[in-house]
Design a protein around this ligand. Structure first.
Ligand code: ZN
Ligand code: ZN
Length: 272
């Protein structure tokens, strides 16, 4: 299932299903890693990856403090059950948003940690634009805590990050969605494919575009490279605003026989 490294990517397809082969080499490596971490903790006590607040000394993995974790989880009073479009007020009965009713997406569902605001917005911004790669781990953990039930029920077989165009990848140096996908794949023991769904057309930034302009902007931007057996795919994005990107990716993947569910870090509101 795992594919070849993307020729234009700094990262490669990652198989996470081969971690159980304990060997003397890995055990020595683990011991040295522990000793390394012991001295590292003495010199650099664990701290919140977002605000720098001191964490308990037994913290072994990059993490967020309680305040930052809580600050990352902001829910709308209600949301679309299909695409998580946030509603301003609680709803009497569960109902889909206008867009999902008029133009049903190809994906089965889309879920996020919460509203793209405050601490979550800051964390995603730092991950995406400030090169703070280590934030991918606590954000992926937060996503798994929030969406454990949905992801377990869906039982994805492959994780695919929303790809960047090679030009954008060269400019930024990394794909933040791939970093999160790698963390999810490692935690869930699911393979990641980063060379199947490709972005073949450089598109202008979506930030200042309306919903309709975003759809037009993305038309024909993605393609599939090679073939894999139809399966349940978990598509990973960073921030979802109009769902235009996820819709475009899901349409292409579903047309090849796959099922697609989407997870993203934040759900933004479109201000236009
Ligand atoms: Zn913090
Ligand atoms: Zn919707």
């Amino acid at each position: 299932m795992a594919g070849k490294p993307h020729s234009n990517s700094s990262f490669t397809t990652v198989s996470t299903n081969t971690e159980n082969s304990a060997t003397p080499t890995t055990s020595i490596k683990t011991r040295y890693t522990s000793i390394f971490h012991y001295f590292l903790h003495l010199l650099l006590p664990p701290a919140c990856q977002l605000c720098g607040e001191a964490l308990p000394t037994d913290s072994s993995a990059p993490a967020l403090c309680h305040a930052c974790s809580s600050g990352c989880i902001q829910e709308a009073p209600a949301s679309c059950p299909l695409c998580a479009e946030p509603y301003a007020a609680p709803m009497v009965a569960v109902h889909k948003c206008t867009q999902c009713v008029q133009h049903p997406p190809a994906f089965t569902w889309l879920k996020t940690i919460g509203i793209h605001a405050d601490d979550l917005q800051l964390a995603v911004h730092e991950l995406k634009y400030a090169g703070r790669f280590h934030l991918a781990h606590p954000l992926a953990q937060l996503l798994l805590q929030r969406l454990h039930r949905e992801i377990s029920n869906y039982a994805p077989q492959t994780i695919i990050p929303v790809p960047l165009h090679p030009k954008r990848l060269r400019e930024r140096g990394y794909n933040q969605s791939l970093l999160v996908a790698q963390q999810l794949g490692s935690a869930l023991k699911i393979d990641i494919s980063s060379d199947y769904l490709l972005r073949i057309r450089a598109t202008r930034s979506q930030t200042d575009l309306t919903r309709k302009e975003r759809q037009q902007n993305l038309h024909g931007a993605f393609t599939l490279h090679g073939a894999i057996t139809p399966q349940r795919i978990l598509l990973v994005d960073d921030v979802v605003t109009t769902t235009a990107t996820c819709r475009e990716c899901a349409t292409i993947l579903v047309s090849a026989g796959h099922e697609v569910a989407v997870v993203a870090l934040g759900r933004a509101r479109l201000h236009s």
